[in-house]
Design a binder for this molecule. Sequence first.
Ligand SMILES: NC(=O)c1ccc[n+]([C@@H]2O[C@H](COP(=O)([O-])OP(=O)(O)OC[C@H]3O[C@@H](n4cnc5c(N)ncnc54)[C@H](O)[C@@H]3O)[C@@H](O)[C@H]2O)c1
Length: 368
Amino acid sequence: MQPPPNSIANQRISTISAHLNPPHLQVHPPHLQMEEGLGSGFGRANCRAKGGSPGFKVAILGASGGIGQPLAMLMKMNPLVSVLHLYDVVNTPGVTADISHMDTAAVVRGFVGQQQLEDALTGMDLLIIPAGVPRKPGMTRDDLFNINAGIVRTLCEGIAKCCPKAIVNLISNPVNSTVPIAAEVFKKAGTYDPNRLLGVTMLDVVRANTFVAEVLGLDPRYVDVPVVGGHAGITILPLLSQQVKPSCSFTPKEVDYLTDRIQNGGTEVVEAKAGSGSATLSMAYAAVKFADACLRGLRGDAGIVECAYVASQVTELPFFASKVRLGRNGIEEIYPLGPLNEYERAGLEKAKKELAASIQKGISFIKN
Ligand SMILES: NC(=O)c1ccc[n+]([C@@H]2O[C@H](COP(=O)([O-])OP(=O)(O)OC[C@H]3O[C@@H](n4cnc5c(N)ncnc54)[C@H](O)[C@@H]3O)[C@@H](O)[C@H]2O)c1
């Protein structure tokens, strides 16, 4: 028997509506709040909603930016997300109003400016952080350090205070230094859990899969290249010899071409965008792929393995990107590098040198 139409309508309203804008979290300007009622005397506060659908609470910090906006849209489409908080220092009311009209289950709330940071963070299970300035042609990721280090520090101080158990996916560059910065902030606050702090290097894996598929004439969905080390130039180390799905081999020329293109994929986009920013759309795609893996891990799914830049004992460096298994507590296992060929061993030595300096720079930023 069909339920009566009214009950279906009430159920739908209860899933998506009333807690959209609880009074203490309102960010809409007064004229918009008045418009809502449109003279009918009925506004959102009058909706019959009881609460959100089951799922995880996710916040995006830097949600109005080039990465933040498509990332917010894609996370709104993720059925594992029940509540989506969008935080930035500008423009979140507009982005939130826009995205909140998508007819997917996640409830979206916007927060703008430092004074709303704590409300944005409280109760979150997963934080995705693309806040900070991107590169322009001629810049390295390290050139962003001076601005982005301070932004990451402020946001992590808020996280330590409001949601110390949340999983953190850090995208802001230079990732090789911002992850050590975040770790130091959390240590200072006494909340550091290395299993919950992950630098997002997924775009390097996404690029590696795409470029390898192109060279081999394969569907990229069936290619799986581990990319280890870090997230900048020569620290990005694709392990082409371990490209196992399907197993294949490359000529030395192909290895040179692929390694160079994967390491400089970010610069390829920065130059093509000619001053208007760095990768945003492919980054949002990669960030969502990674966040979804973290959420499936939190849900308790088995066998979730992705590459990420994390606190590590795989090498002598305190942070290193390699394959990790994700679970209910964040990182549950970090895998060793596996067999490397001579080309990869040489690349690893070069990567480690640069990586060590970037890690030290991040740690010193907080300690000194
Ligand atoms: N990890 C990766 O693979 C990868 C790939 C591409 C870009 N990135 C990095 O991601 C970052 C963002 O890139 P983008 O293209 O979206 O830049 P963008 O300038 O378009 O957006 C950044 C956003 O951060 C916001 N912001 C600045 N200070 C903030 C603060 N204190 N709190 C909250 N938000 C703040 C800005 O208002 C802006 O909306 C850059 O650092 C970029 O280098 C990383």
